[in-house]
Design a protein around this ligand. Structure first.
Ligand code: FAD
Length: 562
């Protein structure tokens, strides 16, 4: 069996190694148009920032090491330029001497990845505008910094790679601006979770501009570059473009493979394309979103590696399947960790799911053991079933493990009742006897079982104008004096039992405290005394941070989708 693989990094290299492990007699040719195979794309920002010191650390395999270990015929600087499906040959351009030749295949695996989206903006093509996808891109940025000693950088696009680049350029001593067209950074978060990330970005001295798009790039008389948005001009020495990627599927399209509307290759669960002898994996394919069941493009390293292995399995007669993805992703931004899995509210609404959400603030480990830090969690669940749909977490410690547990839960269709039951390891330095993931389960089942009803920060504008409801603040007087909901009355939780007569039983009571815990206790007290009451999810803390964020960013106040 002769297999040709196009693309020699995550999916391609993974497929090649698995093929060899399964079939010692196979002929395997790995084509890579760039100069390197199997490099650590995910490590590139950290090399640029100096965290990864040696460039060689990024090269996980070389053609020689891959040949020595796996006897794979690796051809770098070799671009597949055409696939002839009738004759089962690939046309290859040798980029060293520009010659072309053909290579036949029994099976073909496409793993060409995705390419950075370059927006159609006037002035974008200039030597100080960079994208980051591979080692040559990294070299270009390094060389530019070495030659021109830029003092400032603007990152257009506040996704995972954009923020990693913002951090790493800042660590190299540049003044950094992040410009994001949407109302918040990191598209897999919702606005209310991202606000905490925004505050942290600003606390680092990074200039964050939200809700504005780059419209033109021009020169400034002093030799700098200017990014124009509808509201301002941003002066900078260099620009990193990181507004997302699009599947690199010109070859697949050209040879007539079935593509999705976004141009990603459609495969079956064996990673087989519309041509039974051609497989496709990684950033170039559509997958099934396991939460919604809908097709999705989820360009991440874990799925690419797994799909490469699955394609190889199937070529060797093992019928393994790729069931789908839930987009688990994580970011280190200085000391902060941001992680998400499953779907966010935008996706839940688009899929027509009947969902609700809870917000929790939990400690990373037992409060009495030194060093515990807050984790802010938002968990989406399906109303009727309690099935966990998505989670977003922000914090300094223990975020990764909670998100991983929730990823496993979402992948396997767990409900909030399952989260309650999870037996997670505990000792004071690591967690609490009731882990934050268990707590999420408790909070959600309380809602599903009707033990407490909740309302949200986005209901408050309406409620504070409604004379037919009571807004009850159960924080201490001192806390309430620092800021409270309009029209709310303050009865601290510990005196509530004795002051119930101050409340009008004929009106629903909307209770608020700082984080949602005391107001939950108050709701239990009130409902057992005959009141119709509701708990503010995420508390005044969330309401205040979201409200302040909207005020800070005028472009977000005119109905921009949050
Ligand atoms: P790639 O790994 O991109 O490999 C595709 C290769 O195919 C490329 O080297 C390309 O040159 C080659 N190629 C394309 N066309 C041809 C052709 N016609 N002929 C020959 N060769 C061709 N994911 C995470 O999950 N976590 C992270 O932290 C993370 N960080 C990232 C940071 C950066 C800076 C980048 C760029 C990506 C990051 N990713 C991360 C995404 C992850 O790297 C990709 O999802 C993954 O590499 C996709 O694997 P792939 O095999 O589909 O494509």
């Amino acid at each position: 069996m002769k297999t040709v693989i196009i693309g020699g990094v995550a999916g391609g290299a993974s497929a090649a190694a698995r093929l060899r492990r399964l079939d010692e007699s196979a002929e395997i040719i790995l084509l890579e148009k760039g100069p390197y195979i199997s490099f650590a794309n995910c490590g590139l920002p950290y090399y640029l920032g100096g965290e990864i010191k040696e460039r060689e650390e990024l090269l996980l395999q070389t053609p020689e090491s891959f040949y020595n270990r796996f006897k794979i015929d690796v051809r770098v600087l070799s671009e597949a330029v055409k696939i002839d499906r009738q004759r089962k040959v690939v046309h290859i351009k040798n980029l060293k001497d520009n010659t072309e030749y053909e290579e036949s295949y029994d099976k073909l695996i496409l793993s060409p990845g995705a390419k950075p989206i370059i927006p159609n903006i006037k002035g974008i093509n200039r030597k100080n505008v960079f994208t980051l996808r591979n080692i040559p891109d990294t070299d270009k940025i390094t060389e530019y910094i070495a030659e021109y000693s830029p003092r400032s950088a603007a990152v257009i696009g506040g996704g995972y790679i954009g923020l990693e680049m913002a951090e790493n350029l800042y660590l190299r001593g540049l003044e950094v601006t992040v410009l994001e067209k949407a109302s918040h950074v990191i598209g897999s978060l919702d606005f209310d979770t991202a606000v905490e990330v925004h505050n942290y970005i600003r606390s680092k001295g990074i200039n964050l501009i939200l809700g504005e798009a780059a419209e033109e790039i021009t020169d400034s008389p002093d030799g700098k570059t200017i990014i124009k948005t509808a509201n301002r001009e941003i002066k900078t020495d260099m620009i990193i473009l990181s507004i997302g990627v699009t599947p690199d599927t010109a070859l697949a399209e050209d040879c007539g493979l079935e593509l999705a509307p976004n141009n990603a290759v459609i495969t079956n669960e064996h990673m087989q394309t519309s041509d039974k002898d051609i497989y496709a994996v990684g950033d170039c394919v559509m997958v099934k979103n396991l939460v919604t069941g809908e097709p999705a493009h989820i360009p991440l390293a874990g799925p690419a590696n797994k799909q490469g292995r699955i394609a190889a399995d199937n070529i060797c007669g093992i019928k393994s399947v790729y069931k789908g993805s839930i987009g688990s992703a994580i970011l280190k931004f200085f000391d902060l960790t941001v992680a998400a899995c499953g779907i966010n509210e935008r996706a839940a609404k688009a899929s027509g799911l009947d969902y609700d959400k809870v917000f929790l603030y939990a400690l990373s480990h037992a409060g009495y053991y030194p060093g515990a830090r807050n984790i802010s969690m938002k968990v989406l669940f399906e109303n009727k079933t309690g099935r966990i749909l998505g989670a977003q977490l922000v914090g300094f410690k223990g975020v990764d493990k909670r998100c991983d547990v929730l990823s496993a839960a979402i992948r396997h269709g767990f409900t909030a009742y399952d989260l309650e039951e999870l037996e997670l390891c505990y000792a004071p330095p690591f967690s609490s006897a009731k882990d934050p993931v268990n707590m999420a389960g408790f909070v959600i089942t309380n809602i599903i079982e009707g033990i407490v009803k909740q309302y949200h920060w986005h209901d408050i504008d309406r409620l504070s104008k409604d004379e037919n409801v009571t807004l009850l603040d159960v924080r201490t007087e001192r806390e309430a004096a620092r800021g409270c909901l309009e029209r709310s009355i303050n009865i601290p939780l510990d005196s509530l039992r004795d002051r119930l007569n101050e409340l009008d039983k004929s009106k629903p009571v909307y209770v608020v405290c700082q984080s949602g815990l005391r107001s939950y206790i108050a709701c239990r007290l009130l409902s057992q005394n005959g009141f119709d009451c509701y708990n503010l999810a995420g508390g005044y803390r969330l309401y205040e941070s979201v409200t302040k964020e909207k005020e800070k960013t005028p472009s977000l106040q005119n109905g921009t989708e949050l």
